[in-house]
Design a protein around this ligand. Sequence first.
Ligand code: RIB
Length: 296
Amino acid sequence: MSSRIINFGSINIDHVYNVTQMPIAGETISAKSYKKFLGGKGINQSIAAFKAGAKLIHVGAIAEDDAWTYAEIEKFGINCNHLDKSRHSTGHAIIFVDDTGENEIVIFGGANQNLEVSQIEKALDGPTGNKDWVLIQTETNLLTEIAVKAKIKGFKVAYAAAPFVEEIALELIDKIDFLAVNEGEASQLAKALNVDPDNIPVPGLLITRGAKGATLIENGKKLQQSAFEVKAVDTTGAGDTFLGSFLSVYIEDGNAAMALEYAAAASAVQVTRAGAAVAIPDRQKVEAFLELRKTK
Ligand code: RIB
């Protein structure tokens, strides 16, 4: 049976403001431009995994009257069977992107923080294959319930500890097979556990380091991946692209080095375009990028 990823993931409407410089406390500034995009760490990861070839099921919720977000998700080819219509508003993010491509983000959870247990049970129902994974991030509620139920059903569980909430990360640490964190999140969690970041006690640990690349530590074995040099326009969703792409290739092929290289290439291409989900490249584009870099 081919592998599946069931992603219990956030969905946001990203309101993106391009600014010359980030505003400081008490300051009012004018944006150079404004655009509305599909975003949310969960759906970004789903789209990256799907574009890399994963059999992907996205479980999430948006407002019952929100036709725009539904249509955006459908446009990417993501199956919407497990998308609940919520009485809460669709989650959203206010995002500032400066001239260097860096961002600052404030999110409002809305429907993402009101997933229901019945939705989880329905999504996990049916036979589980030995290469089936469940993916979660900190932008939805019910994370412990999802992880525990998924493990009982025989899924492997991957957790992206973003946005970082210490209590939630500590609660989940012994219930997961794979943890994805950026450098800052790794340091915070390691400090709370009183260990070195590389020794966070999980079977698989992915630490992304932006332009410095990524480290994968799997059962004590360490692999480094450097980042490809590109001119970044917007780094929003780069980490999501890395994780979704990595998991898709890794689960299907079991080759961690290849999956890391693919993920680094996918996120390098992604940051050269504006927006989060819309900027995620498909497999053909990523492979063409890799080919070009190898012949240079
Ligand atoms: O990781 C990027 C994402 O974080 C954005 O798309 C935004 O919605 C926030 O969830």
